[in-house]
Design a protein around this ligand. Structure first.
Ligand code: ASP
Length: 334
């Protein structure tokens, strides 16, 4: 029988009502899951449960928490067949992306899940999300970091929170769904991550200055120039469509020049969830490429940001960071 570890980090699934709104409630959740009969069913994997301290609304997650979650998995990597991480939905896609890099080579299922409605409420989606995630982790057919939510299993570093209301809160706009939980769990094996030859080494992230710029019509590039000192390591710039930017804005090039002078890596992603950046398609995009910006391809913003953290944490050599940024490392990029 397989054995999994459930790691509770916080999020709506384990929250209860307070006068100020929903708040993580470790004691309630611990009691609730130890009393859920389905979790003791014969068809369920064996499980242990740990709780992070403090339990957080996921909007409070930082690099430190990503590292703490990664460390629990790394320390227990030989003891369990798979891992289920209970997490708030707001930043779940960031944590999933971060863990996919940090735990590269683990070759075990790490399934993040949570809920839109807390388990303490009668219409909670948390029960199915938890049970199905446990089954997927226990079966261990998919050996990568995923998000299971609302009947769908998605690659973690391809996922985005799409809805704050719907039960299918996540989408993977540029990559196929890895499994559908219908009457049975239907896996799409062709989409699984190819088995890595590399062994597993846990690589926690450093707390680094990484930025995000979202361009809009009339964007004041001159105001952002002052941020691009040698202290900044990398910036993801969310442009229009396939990587287009207002290249007739006189302040754009001084900003890019300053970034280049200070070795700030610029990565171009798209504001369209479904897109591949190709800076050669339009004149309005080629300016970025000429100025040394890198293509984020079809990476999500979440994957691009966490990949910058990862690369600058493992390597100081700028040409290597630049090369790896445009290389698929763990299924985040086509
Ligand atoms: N604010 C909550 C969180 O991310 C939302 C949720 O879990 O759905 O922790």
């Amino acid at each position: 029988m397989s054995k999994i570890l459930i790691i509770h980090t916080g999020g709506t699934i384990g929250m209860t009502r307070t006068p100020d709104g929903y708040k993580p409630d470790g004691e309630y959740f611990r009691n609730a899951i130890y009393h859920l009969d389905s979790l003791k069913a014969e068809s369920m994997p064996e499980w242990d449960f740990v709780e992070m301290d403090p339990l957080l609304d996921s909007s409070r997650m930082t690099v430190r928490e990503w590292n703490n979650i990664g460390k629990v998995i790394a320390d227990n990597s030989d003891n369990y067949d798979g891992f289920v991480i209970l997490h708030g939905t707001d930043t779940m896609a960031y944590t999933a992306s971060a863990l996919s890099f940090m735990l590269k080579g683990l070759k075990k299922p790490v399934i993040l899940t949570g809920s839109q409605i807390p388990l303490c409420e009668i219409r909670s989606d948390g029960r199915d999300n938890l049970i199905t995630s446990m089954l997927i982790a226990g079966e261990a057919r998919v050996k990568e970091v995923c998000i299971y939510f609302g009947g769908q299993l998605l690659r973690g570093n391809r996922s985005k929170k799409y809805s704050a209301m719907g039960m299918r809160a996540f989408r993977s706009p540029n990559y196929p769904t890895l499994a559908f939980a219908n009457i049975s769990i239907e896996y799409n094996e062709a989409a699984f991550l190819k088995e890595e030859t590399e062994g597993f080494t846990f690589r926690p992230f450093k707390e680094l200055p990484i930025g995000v710029i979202k361009v809009y019509p009339g964007f004041p590039f001159d105001l952002f120039e002052s941020l691009l000192t040698e202290k900044m390591k990398g910036v993801v710039i969310e442009t229009f469509g396939s990587g287009n930017i207002p290249d007739d804005n006189a302040a754009l090039f001084p900003m890019l020049e300053k970034a280049k002078k200070n070795n700030v890596v610029f990565v171009v992603c798209s504001q369209c969830p479904q897109a591949t950046v190709d800076m050669d398609t339009y004149e309005a995009g080629s300016a970025l490429k000429k100025a040394g910006a890198l293509s984020g391809g079809d990476m999500t913003l979440e994957a691009a940001v966490t990949k910058l953290y990862y690369l600058f944490s493992i390597c100081d050599d700028l040409p290597t960071v630049r090369k790896l940024m445009e290389t698929d490392l763990c299924g985040e990029l086509n």
